[in-house]
Design a protein around this ligand. Structure first.
Ligand code: NI
Length: 191
């Protein structure tokens, strides 16, 4: 396994539309090795998620995992999940404001509206179908990662640019209020 370099905002790869992965290529040892590298790179950077496109490969695969994450200590845990060709459908028009960061946007966070409930359809890393419903903060994490596959960054969805903050300034001035909001969302939606 290997930790791969992460593309930063301004790199054209982050603005591409990633292409679908075929079952044949998914089953190759080379692609399975790449998925291991994606997961290892996410762990190494303490990401809550990482899209293949962020490590310079424009294919529709994302990894997610939240396990007492030091970058996002308030996020509910998400078991290690690899989604291939994911499709998200909002199940409600209701949104919440999520304070997001991104490994491809160093030292900046901002508030982004996200749907509170989604259906997820995808394949797992072995090609088996995945169908689930995700809610709350976890639904925000899914939307952030799948956005990457269409060349979108959270920056594009920041409605009020006055919410932008470095990580230090977030911690000092915005985290307490956001953690209160997260608690209310988790209490209502369960995640
Ligand atoms: Ni990101």
């Amino acid at each position: 396994m290997a930790v791969l370099p992460i593309a930063h905002v301004g790199h054209p790869v982050l603005r591409q539309r990633a292409r679908e992965v075929t079952l044949e290529e998914l089953r190759t040892p080379e692609l399975q090795q790449f998925i291991d590298d994606l997961v290892e790179t996410m762990h190494h950077a303490n990401g809550a998620g990482l899209a293949a496109i962020q490590i310079h490969r424009a294919i529709r695969i994302v990894a997610l995992e939240v396990k007492d994450n030091p970058r996002y200590p308030y996020k509910p845990n998400i078991p290690l999940t690899v989604l291939v060709n994911p499709v998200l459908e909002p199940l409600t028009a209701e949104t919440f404001l999520n304070y997001e960061g991104c490994l491809s946007v160093p030292n900046l966070r901002g508030e982004v509206p996200r749907f509170t409930e989604l259906s997820v359809k995808a394949l797992d890393r072995h090609g088996a179908p995945v169908e689930r419903v995700v809610r709350g903060i976890t639904a925000g994490t899914y939307q952030h990662e799948v956005d990457h596959l269409d060349g979108n960054l959270f920056l594009d969805r920041v409605v009020d640019t006055r919410s932008l903050a470095t990580w230090d300034q977030f911690k000092e001035h915005h985290e307490a209020a956001f953690v209160e909001r997260v608690r209310a969302i988790v209490a209502r939606s369960g995640s």
